[in-house]
Design a binder for this molecule. Structure first.
Ligand SMILES: Nc1ncnc2c1ncn2[C@@H]1O[C@H](COP(=O)(O)OP(=O)(O)OP(=O)(O)O)[C@@H](O)[C@H]1O
Length: 216
């Protein structure tokens, strides 16, 4: 589902990725660990087509997204890739349900279909009873579950998470990590999770360790 070949990226003098190659199978849950500054987020952003590598090849589902024009690339990203960040960036004035619907409506899918899907996903993350709450009326763990439902409302093949449980307590962290496995089991998503939590990283099908711009 994801194939990276000899990816290189530098920021000015700093060579952040020094030739990274990696394949992730469909339905696999992979964790990425490594010291701060090792290049984990940079790699995830390249996988997510948010950042362009200086050299090397990216294929998502057999397609090279960087061969697309800007508009087609945005569309590709919105349709194929879901993102979950440490800080969920929910829109505070909208309900949980509305927040989950938004990417579907941006993708110009029929409203009824998006709303049906959003309701199913809120049920899957255990938040049906909270659907009309605003983010400020939800706990940190609940907000992150809304953010995960939002990330998959367009049924992306790939779900990328960067420190998704970084600001949660232990119990909520475990719940959030377990949710990624439930999603994979229910929906067949391919999941890549960057985390500093070695114990949670070890739950993944495969753990990848980065050091100084390389996979070790
Ligand atoms: N846009 C940028 N401009 C300049 N330098 C950058 C930029 N983005 C990242 N870097 C640098 O690249 C290096 C790798 O950053 P990256 O965020 O990929 O590391 P990381 O492994 O995710 O670290 P952390 O665990 O702290 O999040 C760091 O030294 C960082 O300062």
């Amino acid at each position: 589902m994801i194939r990276l070949t000899d990816i290189r990226k530098r920021f000015g003098e700093l060579e952040v990725l020094k030739g990274v190659s990696l394949g992730v199978r469909q339905g696999e849950v992979v964790s990425v660990v490594g010291a701060s500054g090792a290049g984990k987020t940079t790699l995830l952003q390249i996988m997510g087509t948010l950042s362009r590598p200086d050299a090397g090849r990216v294929e998502i589902g057999g397609e090279d997204p960087f061969a697309l024009g800007d508009k087609a690339l945005s569309r590709f990203r919105n349709d194929r890739i879901g993102f979950v960040f440490q800080f969920h960036h929910l829109l505070p004035e909208f309900s949980a349900f509305e927040n989950v619907c938004i990417p579907g409506l941006i993708g110009r899918r029929p409203r009824a279909e998006v709303e049906r899907r959003a309701a199913e996903l809120l049920a899957l993350v255990g938040l049906t009873a909270r659907r009309d709450h605003k983010p400020g009326q939800l706990s940190g763990g609940e907000q992150q579950r809304v953010a995960i439902a939002r990330a998959i409302v367009n049924a992306p093949a790939v779900l990328l998470a960067d420190e998704p449980s970084g600001n949660l307590d232990t119990r909520n962290r475990e719940e959030i990590h377990r949710l990624f496995f439930d999603l994979r089991d229910e929906l067949g998503q391919t999941v890549v999770i960057v985390t500093h939590d070695e114990r949670l990283a070890a739950m993944a099908d495969r753990k990848i360790t980065m050091s100084d711009g390389r996979i070790i």
